[in-house]
Design a protein around this ligand. Structure first.
Ligand SMILES: Cc1cc2nc3c(=O)[nH]c(=O)nc-3n(C[C@H](O)[C@H](O)[C@H](O)COP(=O)(O)O)c2cc1C
Length: 168
């Protein structure tokens, strides 16, 4: 059986410990690549058909509207199946104390029975915010391991933390 890193991440304008900056690669995507390199896992990026705005303030309003509506934004593509994978590293930014709703679109599409899910989250202060439990409730039959939370502003210096977590 193979390992898969599934992640959601947004580039463009973001907020880093008090200031706004444009970035080419999102924080969660950087962590996803670290995990891919360390484990040899394949990577799959969850992308919305209609991405949120590159403008940070507009993006947070859009994401809040989707959360309030319990929306399931349509995705650009989906793996045909997860049958070949038993260890899934699931990465996402903390959006309003929750998963981005597009991650739920992904989770709702598969049978999780017997899968091991390893959640990893980037954030600006809120940590995992109980998302491990939300994943367990959504992915019936999966075993959800202890998650990893990394402050987005610290991602570039977090490789050791990631490797320690992978070794758990
Ligand atoms: C829509 C939105 C909502 C967010 N909500 C929270 C939050 O509730 N708590 C928190 O700590 N950080 C929050 N953040 C900050 C992100 O979790 C953080 O910047 C993360 O590292 C972004 O990951 P990415 O670059 O992979 O997209 C939010 C960011 C956005 C864009």
């Amino acid at each position: 059986m193979e390992k898969l890193v599934v992640f959601y991440s947004r580039a463009d304008e973001n907020y880093f410990g008090g200031q706004y900056r444009f970035v080419e690669v999102g924080n969660t995507e950087k962590v996803a690549h670290m995990i891919g390199e360390a484990t040899g896992a394949e990577l799959f990026k969850i992308e919305q058909k209609e991405p949120y705005s590159p403008n940070y303030k507009r993006c947070i309003d859009q994401a809040m509207a989707d959360k309030r509506a319990n929306a399931r934004p349509e995705l650009v593509e989906m793996p045909e199946s997860l049958d070949g994978y038993d260890e899934i590293y699931l990465g996402y930014p903390n959006y309003w104390g929750d998963l981005p709703m597009a991650v739920y679109t992904f989770l709702d599409a598969f049978d999780w029975t017997g899968k091991n899910i390893h959640p990893f989250c980037t954030h600006e202060g809120s940590g995992l915010s109980g998302t491990e439990q939300k994943i367990a409730r959504t992915c019936k039959g999966a075993r959800v391991a202890d998650g990893l939370a990394i402050c987005g502003s610290d991602v570039d210096s977090s490789e050791n933390l990631v490797l320690r977590w992978l070794g758990q």
